[in-house]
Write a protein that binds this ligand. Structure first.
Ligand code: ZN
Length: 198
């Protein structure tokens, strides 16, 4: 479905939680297969949590999934079912899952990613203190690093600005020291400006 069709279907509201702002298209994975309408139109907070880029906020989902699961669009039902499964240990979600019906084809789609078998915990880039790291953050090295095959001086206390998260591995960020890009282990950095919890 294209943007205009999605905007009409959703009435310009998040198809999961009815929010009206910051909507974008989410293509419900897996992308292979023969389902034709795999797009849904959802808000930023829903998107980041569906995508496991942010911690789940249970109150948000408890409020909206009971409605979203009855949406007419199979793609919305599939995402609602996956999100309910992340909360399946909680009685409200277990009750909704008992009530929900997906036909065989759509149940197969819903299960195809294996998402429903995970426990809802998210794997995020975190610094040595457990603070979430984001693209563009500045970090301080808490250990002198030996950068193989280079003369870069990555000593303790070096500030690395504008880091990039490794999209494939939450244990690494990329940053420039003395103009050279290097991969840095997140356990060796501290986010600048983060409050130290003692
Ligand atoms: Zn939403």
């Amino acid at each position: 479905m294209n943007l205009q069709q999605l905007q009409e279907r959703s009435h310009n509201q998040c198809e999961l939680c009815d929010a009206k702002g910051g909507l974008s298209i989410y293509e419900v994975p897996p992308t292979a297969g023969n389902v034709s309408d795999r797009e849904i139109y959802i808000c930023e907070p829903c998107l980041t949590q569906v995508d496991k880029k942010a911690e789940l906020t249970p109150a948000h989902w408890q409020q909206c999934l009971g409605t979203a699961m009855w949406n007419e669009a199979p793609a919305v039902q599939v995402v609602a079912w996956r999100m309910l499964n992340r909360f399946r240990q909680e009685s409200w979600a277990a009750d909704l899952l008992d009530m929900m019906y997906l036909d065989e084809e759509h149940m197969e789609w819903a299960k195809a990613t294996g998402d429903h078998e995970s426990d809802g915990s998210v794997d995020l880039h975190r610094d040595s203190n457990g603070h979430q790291l984001e693209n563009g953050d500045s970090v301080v090295l808490i250990k002198s690093l030996d950068v193989k095959g280079s003369t870069v001086n990555a000593s303790l206390g070096t500030v690395v600005k504008n880091i990039k998260l490794d999209p494939n591995d939450t244990a690494y960020v990329e940053g420039k020291i003395e103009g050279q890009s290097i991969m840095i282990k997140t356990i060796f950095v501290r986010k600048q400006g983060a409050q130290i919890i003692t």
